[in-house]
Design a protein around this ligand. Structure first.
Ligand code: TYD
Length: 199
């Protein structure tokens, strides 16, 4: 049986990470692997509460952190860990690096946020940072016509990106240039993942 893998995609809103996560998941599935594609915030009760608050009254930084942690604990216990244990490739769109970057941008200490998460959440085999300038990301978001939410100001995304780039110095991280065309980004994603793990 193949070894279970946890492959994580991170990036600011509008970076194109979800497209890349989906493409990678399809690729791994086509190779015959069981793939579990998932995301945070999840579609469970905590994730729903978080999504609702984004467009209405934003929670305090502490309440928001507690909600993301509760969401992740449930996600890890019910989906991520069992899937890795049975040998699946788990492809996750956002994970605890988003907590470090986004809740860090609200004034919490990114290092402490990582520490708290690592006490219960398995470490990914590879983290792909799809990196774009906040200006480009915001242009894409407005082109989607979805409207921006309370997480998506230029100033906030600039701080979030800075933390992601700092985190990307860790060896299991790879940064790909999300300003390229989607096919070129995917080529870089595949090359980076294949250089680190056997899928
Ligand atoms: P996003 O992937 O943009 O969800 P959607 O597909 O619904 O747009 O994630 C929602 C937001 O949540 C995003 O702005 C980043 C933020 N976030 C945090 O602040 N902390 C976290 O731990 C996670 C996972 C996400």
């Amino acid at each position: 049986m193949s070894r279970g893998l946890l492959i994580c995609f991170e990036g600011i809103d509008g970076s194109g990470k979800s497209t890349q996560a989906r493409r990678f998941a399809d690729w791994a599935r086509a190779r015959g692997r069981e793939v579990v594609r998932t995301r945070e915030p999840t579609d469970g009760p905590w994730g729903k509460k978080i999504r609702e608050a984004r467009f209405t009254a934003r929670m305090s930084a502490q309440d928001e952190l507690a909600a993301f942690i509760a969401d992740r604990k449930e996600h890890v216990a019910t989906l991520i860990t069992p899937a890795i244990q049975r040998g699946a490739v788990v492809v996750i769109d956002r994970y605890y690096y988003s907590t470090a970057a986004y809740q860090g941008a609200r004034g919490l200490d990114p290092k402490e946020l990582l520490r708290v998460n690592r006490e219960f959440a398995p470490k990914p085999d590879v983290v792909v940072l799809v990196d774009v300038e906040p200006k480009v990301a915001l242009e894409r978001i407005s082109a989607r016509g979805e409207g921006t939410d309370l997480f998506e100001t230029l100033e906030a995304l600039t701080r979030v990106r800075a933390t992601f780039l700092e985190l990307a110095k860790e060896p299991h991280f790879v940064r790909v240039d999300g300003a390229l065309a989607p096919d070129a980004v995917f080529e870089a994603v595949l090359a980076a993942i294949s250089a680190r793990v056997q899928v």
